[in-house]
Design a protein around this ligand. Structure first.
Ligand code: KDG
Length: 346
């Protein structure tokens, strides 16, 4: 009886091992899921961490692409700047050593200057208007312009309205900006706007930011609440104000050499997946930005509300910078976006 039991167990074990090894070869990177050629791998990297809605959106993209291509394309995801900062990841896309990155528009403007139109302070009045304009002709046309840089812009995702944090004082008005060392994204328009507000700005890659705040290299930074909370900036920052000075879109982009090597059907799949995953990300991001202001206060940060009068003062202070940058960005693009904002408000 005992011998029979051992024999049956051994047969079962062999069966299980055989089934497992069969699964391995079917889902391995070398199988294409369609029975012809190698599987294509998308290496996708972002600067934010694994808890941020941006990463959850990226996982959604992975799920859709892998399912719809039946495994012919696999997506390997990297967060927290594991593959580098936004600029170096964009350069890796140009070289064809990385396939996807999703930066804010600010660093993208170093590749296609017109993207800086979204870095104009106080441009969008609310998310609904931003949604309409980003789906509109001018914004979609800017995605096409990335091709000149060997990049393919597939969709806009959302980073959101940026708010100021710092470790020195509660910021309620322009005077409170005086001399604050603020990290900005690597974009001249951001830099000049913060100078105009009275701050002492320093451009820096996001990957260096936490350490710079911790070591006091800078006093503060600006990002949406979701980022401030999920990146644990509250551990090294004491004050947050709802400056809402810029609405940052993310740009989902792909390496052109990789995109060109896809079949037409696969190109459609990645395009649609970038849009669908973006809708998912936008929804999660809005929930997060709504929820985390309260949590930041629970973590001990003071929250200061900017009055409409104080915000108006800031709007007027940065106007000369906007006037100066209009021609640098491209008058046509700036005028078109302003017009589309007016239309979207109706
Ligand atoms: O993954 C995106 C981040 O790298 C970055 O764009 C976040 O807004 C950001 C910043 O402040 O650099």
């Amino acid at each position: 009886m005992r011998k029979l039991f051992v024999l049956v167990s051994a047969i079962l074990l062999i069966g299980i091992l055989a089934a497992c090894s069969g699964n391995d070869s079917a889902s391995g990177n070398s199988g294409d899921g369609e029975g012809s050629g190698e599987s294509k791998v998308i290496k996708a990297g972002i600067g934010l961490n694994q808890d941020h809605p941006q990463y959850k959106g990226l996982l959604k993209f992975k799920e859709i692409v892998e399912e719809k291509t039946d495994g012919a394309i696999t997506v390997d995801t990297y967060h927290s700047g594991q593959l580098g900062d936004d600029r170096s990841m964009m350069e890796a896309l140009q070289l064809g050593t990385q396939e996807v990155v999703i930066p804010s528009t600010a660093p993208v403007a170093n590749f296609v200057k017109e993207f800086s139109v979204f870095d104009i302070p106080f441009l969008f009045p609310n998310e609904e208007v931003a949604d309409k304009v980003l789906a509109g002709e001018t914004a979609q046309g800017l995605l096409d312009k990335l091709e000149e840089q060997n990049l393919v812009g597939l969709s806009y995702w959302e980073n959101g309205f940026r708010d100021l944090t710092n470790s020195k004082r509660a910021v309620a008005s322009m005077e409170d900006f005086e001399g604050l060392k603020i990290r900005t994204m690597e974009n001249d328009l951001h830099l000049d706007a913060f100078k105009e507000l009275g701050a002492n700005p320093t451009p820096m890659a996001f990957t260096e930011l936490f350490t710079a705040l911790q070591q006091g290299t800078v006093d503060g930074q600006e990002n949406p609440y979701a980022t401030i909370y999920l990146q644990k900036f509250y551990e090294v920052q004491d004050h947050v104000s709802n400056t809402h000075h810029i609405y940052s879109p993310f740009v989902f982009m792909m390496s052109k050499s990789f995109y060109d090597g896809l079949t037409e059907e696969q190109q459609t799949i990645v395009r649609e997946a970038a849009v669908e995953a973006g809708e998912h990300e936008r929804k999660l991001n809005r929930e997060a930005n709504e929820k985390y202001l309260k949590e930041l206060q629970e973590e001990g940060m003071t929250y200061t509300e900017i009055t409409p009068e104080a915000r108006q003062e800031m709007v007027e202070a940065v106007q000369p910078v906007i006037d100066e940058y209009k021609s640098k960005i491209g008058e046509e693009t700036v005028d078109a976006i302003y017009q589309e904002i007016e239309d979207a408000k109706e």
